[in-house]
Design a protein around this ligand. Structure first.
Ligand SMILES: [Zn+2]
Length: 63
């Protein structure tokens, strides 16, 4: 029997250009009202189901 393992498959070096650099990191937040996943915006979370909006700057830090 001949050796079929003679030719090694050439490894194609694919350039990895999967950079995920956004202005904000995707945070997982769920709507306290309907439980749907809220969309993370730069300064707020918005629910696409019930239109509930939660601002990120909802703290005691004034501008
Ligand atoms: Zn909601």
């Amino acid at each position: 029997m001949a050796d079929a393992n003679a030719a090694a498959p050439a490894k194609a070096a694919a350039p990895k250009k999967a950079k995920k650099a956004g202005p904000y990191k995707p945070a997982s937040k769920f709507c306290p009202k309907c439980g749907a996943r809220m969309a993370a915006h730069a300064d707020r979370f918005a629910c696409g189901r019930c239109n509930y909006t939660e601002w990120k700057s909802a703290g005691g830090k004034g501008k």
